[in-house]
Design a binder for this molecule. Sequence first.
Ligand SMILES: *Cc1c(COP(=O)(O)O)cnc(C)c1O
Length: 386
Amino acid sequence: MDISEIINLEGETHSSYFNAVAPPIIQTSNFCFNTVEDMRKAIAGEFETPVYSRGNNPTLAILRKKLAALEHAEDCLVTASGCAAISSAALAFLKSGDHVVCMDKPYSWTRHLFSVILPRFGIETTYTDGRDAAKINAAVRKNTRLLYLESPNSWTFELQDLKEAAAIAKRFNLVTVADNSYCTPLLQNPLDFGIDLVVHSASKYLSGHSDVVAGVVCGKRELIKKIFENEYMTLGGIIAPFDAWLMLRGLRTLEVRLEKSSANAAIIADFLAGHEKVQGILYPGHPSFPQFELARRQMKGSSGLLTVVMKTADPGKVEKFCESLKYFRLAVSWGGYESLVMPAIGTYDPSEGTNGRLPVNMVRFYTGLENAEELIRDLERGLESV
Ligand SMILES: *Cc1c(COP(=O)(O)O)cnc(C)c1O
């Protein structure tokens, strides 16, 4: 199935909803049955059948078909947030006494899961430099059960070689989970490299309009069913029918949005890399990126996030620069229509020291759908003020 077919047609049966072109929002908590036998069958097969909207809902079912197909997966679950997807996928395969290997510098709340929450249940995590497969291999212990990857990550963009990582995991019988939010399914499909489960923050490109918080976990049907019947139904981190519908609407334009956002990022990367007030940039699609070759091999392109290392390490100047921008709004998150800027010092007070934190002179940009020339003018003006 090509991407247009998935986005426009997959999962949609117009005749079952008055031939409406846009699928309906089935805003209901429960579904009724004519006979007790029908009810019994539905409850026994809740993974497939609508019974109660904590499990299945027809609006959500359309979305699930599309997202699974995009990620080359047999099935997927859509969750209340990216973090709900990540924590459900991880918890599904861990028990007390188990060990996790995780690449360095995962998303901040993923790190919190492994460093703070899971140790309460006797699960330990080793962080390792995921750029080096030998280091991943060396971090595996007898009780390791899960290998967690995020390639690239969303601040410094270190990649893991997904094929090599999956091969290591197969050798030690580990379950692999990869956060693919940066690439979206259009720029990278980790399952094709042998990864078991892909997770997304759908709050970013998949929804795409900065109006939904949601997540996705994709994989083989058997793994998805296991998560559905346990963590998904029990922890209850589900998405509401209206948010599922907003994400369906967002998906219609995923391809054009991603193309524009990525093209803008490439232009901005070139501009910033050559600017006298910039020490360097981090962007997987730029020839200066240390893992440029791996990015080219493993990804179909780079998306709209890039990080700049400024020459000045004066927090006041970095703050002034970020505050002076017009199109790049000062905000967390990314993947929407609007350009964003986020300085590392937006996450901590530099007067308390930088130990273990991102450097003071790091600033992350997300390029949205604006005109690239306007974005460059905005940056030029801002950099002049530094
Ligand atoms: C935002 C983000 C998450 C968390 O997703 P939420 O939808 O905010 O819960 C996880 N991973 C990455 C890479 C992200 O950027």
